[in-house]
Design a binder for this molecule. Structure first.
Ligand SMILES: NC(=O)c1ccc[n+]([C@@H]2O[C@H](COP(=O)([O-])OP(=O)(O)OC[C@H]3O[C@@H](n4cnc5c(N)ncnc54)[C@H](O)[C@@H]3O)[C@@H](O)[C@H]2O)c1
Length: 281
């Protein structure tokens, strides 16, 4: 009988995780390995990449660490080449690297604008087209997943350049999905809300804000919750899904922020709970 793992269709496949050295990238690399993938981890920090590659090897898969700064085009290209060489071709590419500038638009310099486009979108274009060329040449199907942001879905005060880059990433992924669909290459985006990561640990003040009003599920997400969405989109479980932006945001973008109705909704469901409790007693 087929095991649940077979549903992923990833056993013996080769994955590249760009920015796989910690947080969401580490979770993605580990979950892909658990689903049967060999994994190449590219990270600007060699120690981080080595540590996650060791985790992949402990799971019984081939784990390869590659140090590169993917914001340099030639380093991104070289890293893809090294990963392909080490794993004998790629079936999956996951790209995690991204960061946000926090500046009002009126104060933002053109250089800062360019920097956010580069560190959130350009390297994905550089790496993904190289991986796609190879998949097309080898006539193998494949899956790519990149990481967007809810800032690319809604207006993003003080994150305008980042939000524009993340919105652009979704558009780029959709265009790739359409151009490469007949080659069996799927391209999707995971769109996180507020996620607790090693770089952005949850402060008590932030936790309070999340609990009080912003996120309907009243908590931040975990890196594993992003990794699971990455795994789903990379796997055969999503075999008919391409050009999709999957929100993993605890309901954040479904709610109207600071909407007083949220409190009313909460109250009404609390009453419901009270009613249910009363009925049971
Ligand atoms: N944390 C959140 O709440 C949140 C919300 C929405 C979207 N995101 C997105 O999630 C992704 C991950 O964010 P994070 O804060 O967890 O990441 P992070 O800063 O921890 O980076 C992940 C890994 O990428 C590596 N890296 C950074 N720059 C690199 C470069 N130039 N070349 C190669 N490797 C590099 C880092 O060393 C790290 O190991 C980003 O794309 C971010 O925009 C985060």
């Amino acid at each position: 009988m087929a095991s649940a793992l077979d549903l992923f269709g990833l056993t013996g496949k080769a994955a590249l995780v760009i920015g796989g050295g910690q947080g969401m990238g580490e979770s993605s690399a580990r979950l892909l390995a658990q689903a049967g993938c060999d994994v190449a981890i590219v990270d600007i920090d060699r120690d981080r990449a080595e540590r996650v590659a060791a985790v992949v090897r402990e799971l019984g898969r081939k784990g390869v660490a590659i140090a590169a700064n993917v914001l340099e085009d030639h380093e991104a290209e070289q890293a893809v080449g090294e990963a392909e060489h080490a794993l004998g071709g790629l079936d999956v590419m996951v790209s995690i690297v991204g960061q946000a500038l926090f500046t009002p638009i009126v104060d933002m310099t053109p250089e800062q604008w360019d920097s956010d486009q580069r560190r959130n979108m350009r390297y994905f274009f550089i790496a993904a087209r190289l991986v796609a060329k190879s998949m097309i040449r080898r006539a193998v199907p494949g899956a790519m997943v990149c990481i967007g942001s809810t800032d690319g879905i809604q207006g993003a005060p003080f994150h305008a350049s980042y939000g524009a880059a993340k919105a652009g990433l979704i558009h780029l992924a959709k265009s790739m999905a359409v151009e490469w669909a007949t080659h069996g290459i799927r391209v999707n985006v995971v769109v996180p809300g507020t996620i607790t990561t090693p770089r952005l640990p949850e402060t008590p003040a932030f936790r309070a804000a999340v609990q009080q009003s912003l996120v309907p599920m009243e908590r931040s997400g975990t890196t594993d919750e992003i990794g699971k969405a990455v795994l789903f989109l990379a796997s055969d479980m999503a075999s008919y899904t391409t050009g999709h932006a999957l929100l993993v945001d605890g309901g954040w973008t479904s709610a109207n922020l600071f909407d007083p109705r949220k409190m009313a909704i909460k109250k009404s469901t609390e009453n419901l709970l009270d009613d249910n409790t009363a009925q049971k007693v």
